[in-house]
Write a protein that binds this ligand. Sequence first.
Ligand SMILES: [Zn+2]
Ligand SMILES: [Zn+2]
Length: 137
Amino acid sequence: MNRIGNCSRCGKVFVRYRQQSLCPACTEKREQDFMRCRDYLRDNPETRMKELSEATGVSVREIIQFIIEGRLVLTKDNPNMFYHCESCGKRIRSGRLCSQCEKRLTDEVEKVVQKKHDRDSLHSNVRHKYRIYKPKN
Ligand SMILES: [Zn+2]
Ligand SMILES: [Zn+2]
């Protein structure tokens, strides 16, 4: 389903496909931003986040977004690249959260899913019984 939306970057109105939040022009520009970051990081593996941002003109926030999306991958060759866990502020190099916070959150989500699952299976049991014991006409 296509929907009209505002580009989250330039505010222009455009036809959105799926979860797309950028207009085609900004998508294109973002792609170029990404390639500049990737190339700079490749040529200067020991760069720091701030230096990378200044050299490419791409904001730190956007660089982190590339990393979170898994497009920009930090390796052991990039020892000075890191950012902070959104929950506890610890230094991380991939995803939004450090491994501890990730685990804590996953556990919490699992609990909720488990609860919902229990409730759902209770319901389906009830429906099941109802079907079995329902007198036939
Ligand atoms: Zn735009
Ligand atoms: Zn954390």
